[in-house]
Ligand binder design. Structure first.
Ligand SMILES: N[C@@H](CCC(=O)N[C@@H](CS)C(=O)NCC(=O)O)C(=O)O
Length: 211
C-alpha cells in the first residue's frame, strides 16, 4: 500500500491523479499546509523539504520507501507500473522533457504569479507583471505543442500531462480572473484541458484529499 501525503493544491493532485490512473492502492494523509502541518516532525521524515506531496511505498523491495518532490514521485510510480512513461527511446525523453518543463518552469512561475496576484497583501506591480509575462510565454509554448500534438509529449497521454493538468486547470479558472493578461487565445490548451479533464481518473484524483 502507498501512503500519499497531500493537500488540496496542484502539486498534490498530480500524484493523486497518477495513482488513480495507474490503479494503485493508496491511503491519503492530509497535510494541512494552511495550518503549517508540513512542519510537523513526523511529516519531515518523508517530506524533508516541508512541502507536499510525498509518498511512502510500503510495498517497495527492502521496506517502506519515502519519496518527496512530485516529479520524482511521478517517475517512480510510472516505472513501478511500466505505464505513462516509455522505458527507453526518444519517446521517454519527450515525456521527461515536458515533465521537467513543468517542474522547473510552469509550476514555479504560476506559483509565484498566484502568490503575488492573489495572496500577497501589497500585490507589487513589478512582480505581478514579471510573472504574468512569464506565465503567458509558457502558455504560448504549451499551446504550440498542443496544437501540433494530442498530448504534451506527442501521441500518448503521459506523466507530463498529469504534471501540468492541475496547474493549468487552476490557471484557467482562478488566475484567469485575477491575472487576465496571462491567458490568451490558446485553442491547443483548451482542447487538451477538456480532454484530460474528462478522464475518470483525473476527476477522482482532483477530488483528493477530501477535506
Ligand atoms: N517542487 C515541489 C513543490 C511542492 C510545493 O510547492 N508544495 C506546496 C503546495 S502546492 C507546499 O507544500 N507548500 C507549503 C509551504 O511552502 O510551506 C514539488 O513539485 O513537489
Amino acid at each position: 500500500m502507498i501512503t500519499l501525503y497531500t493537500w488540496t493544491t496542484p502539486n498534490g493532485r498530480k500524484v493523486s491523479i497518477a495513482l488513480e490512473e495507474l490503479g494503485l492502492d493508496y491511503e491519503v494523509k492530509a497535510v494541512n499546509i494552511g495550518k503549517d502541518e508540513q512542519f510537523d516532525p513526523e511529516f519531515l521524515k518523508v517530506g524533508p523539504n516541508n512541502k507536499i506531496p510525498a509518498i511512502v511505498d510500503g510495498d517497495a523491495p527492502g521496506g517502506g520507501l519515502p519519496i518527496f518532490e512530485s516529479g520524482a514521485i511521478l517517475v517512480y510510480l510510472a516505472e513501478k507500473t511500466g505505464k505513462l512513461l516509455p522505458a527507453s527511446g526518444p519517446e521517454r525523453y519527450k515525456v521527461l522533457e515536458w515533465t521537467f518543463w513543468q517542474m522547473g518552469g510552469l509550476g514555479p512561475m504560476l506559483g509565484q504569479l498566484g502568490y503575488f496576484a492573489v495572496r500577497s497583501k501589497d500585490k507589487p506591480p513589478e512582480a505581478v507583471e514579471r510573472f504574468t509575462t512569464e506565465a503567458a510565454r509558457l502558455f504560448g509554448v504549451m499551446d504550440r505543442q498542443l496544437r501540433a500534438n494530442p498530448y504534451l509529449a506527442g501521441a500518448d497521454y503521459s506523466i507530463a500531462d498529469i504534471a501540468c493538468y492541475p496547474w493549468v486547470f487552476a490557471a484557467s479558472t482562478l488566475l484567469r480572473q485575477v491575472a487576465p493578461d496571462a491567458w490568451g487565445d490558446f485553442p491547443g490548451i483548451e482542447r487538451w484541458l477538456a480532454a484530460v479533464g474528462e478522464r475518470p481518473a483525473v476527476k477522482r484524483g482532483m477530488a483528493v484529499p477530501q477535506v
